[in-house]
Design a protein around this ligand. Sequence first.
Ligand code: ZN
Length: 107
Amino acid sequence: MASARIKRGDNVKAVAGKERGRTGKVIAVLAETNRARVEGMMVVKRHMKKGRSQTMPEGGIIEKNGTIHLSNLMLVCPSCEEASKTGVKAIESRKVRYCKKCDQTID
Ligand SMILES: [Zn+2]
């Protein structure tokens, strides 16, 4: 199995698709589908009609956070703050991710 290049808690930037150019924090990675849930991305607003929902008896708007495919996301490097390609290298037999732009390790 290829090691995950994007993990929960990472800051990522959308480089393709409908959210292109936006950045956000990864809430969850869904490995089975290669998708991630990212704060503020793919938010779908649903209007709830009055009386239709027990949790919202007055109705209103609920926001649902959809998922985005991992191939549309790039990790934002915490050191140089750029959306950059990441590599994996072994340091003392531990695999860590690193930024190909500034060469800083990310994990
Ligand atoms: Zn960097």
